[in-house]
Design a protein. Sequence first.
Length: 475
Amino acid sequence: MREQQFGAGLEYNKRMIILPFLTASLAAIAVTAPVPAPAPPANAATAKPAPLAFETHTLANGLRVILLEDHRAPVATVQVWYRVGSKDEPKGKSGFAHLFEHLMFKGSKNVPTEGHARYVEQLGGAYNAATSFDQTFYYETVPANALDRVLFLEADRMASLIVDEPNLKSERDVVKEEYRSRVANAPYGELIKHVLSLAYPVGHPYDHPPIGSIPDLDAATLADVKAFHDTYYKPDNATLVLVGDFVAADALKRVETYFGGIPKSATGNFPRIALPTETTNGAKQQTFYDKLAPLPAVGVAYRVPAPNDPDAPVFNVITQILSSGASARLYRSLVRDQELALQAQGGGFDLLNGGMFFFFAIANGGKDSNAVATALLTEVDKLRAEPVSDAELAKAKNQLLTSEVFGRIGTESKASALASADLLYGSANEVNERYDKLVAVMAADVRRVASKYFAPERRNEFSVLPASMDPKAKK
């Protein structure tokens, strides 16, 4: 994500709660002060937000367009989501999607280098971009009367991005420095890379993180980079979302004006890395050593289904039960009661081809990492063996439902929700179904899903220990 940002961050993945050391590109959610569990609403339907009355269209060149009028403030948010991320990078080309997150700001036919950002700033607007496993997206929020300017900017770089040797060298150096600061020189910085390789077999689309690797970036040629761009950054591999103070019919005409003439992919083919044939080999366990880690960290990761699976809302509830505040299970047990850990959380990645769910903790000073791991697995087994209490379930669901309600306020959050639903669920209307799906989750569902997906034979246990604990280092 680009360092300069003028607006609030985008929360496009409702199930994602990840500690800072698990990924450099996604924000951590800190433990909050304990709060009493709220009583469940007498009638959850009365609090249900009104459906988002969006429109969907597809231009002749294949660009998907989602429009939502919101006249509460004279602003508009524009987002372009390209359906390309680290899962689409061939072996030896990791980090290409992340590289283009940066290159897309380096100028196009009618916009000078860094002009895109400068023009948005001059409007008093906010802009940013982010790369993940399944997508790369860009956004601007500006005064509504500047909608034409932003549509022009996005269309110009979609149609005529300048990919040349100077820009490649400049942004490759930026991405490499980002890797050094966030991964190579950060405590636990490489753990997500290790956990992905533990949970996914070699050759799987998710066997590497989006940030990429320095050797692959150094080996990238201009021809390689151009070929990647020419393959994926096309209108028929993108979704454009507009939310704000406009009339939808008029906005669609403007979209046609700026984007309608951009040629679609010549082949209509967007290569995807094939999912390898997998065999069940049982539980795995691996230890990593980190020269910058001040304390041991332990965890366990499980493969879970794709976001459009019927069980997906249950994982949202489980995340809240485990990690929402100091009254949540992992903090209460490992940090407060047993004083084994400094921090303990659980959460997951929503991924198009099936994600992951983590339980993890950083050991308290002087505490044995094996004891922390045992306590962590005890909490996993409790989810499988015992039904959650009515109070826990009510608290978790009310927190999620409140988030759904407040997520309908800002133009950015609504645009992100619509775009991510379009990408991960195949239908933007999932945003209007999510509330009812959460209301329907029962204690029996939590136990059933935990029993199925957190079974011992599915465990991918990991620990990261200070380098001083490496037996090889003592020889």
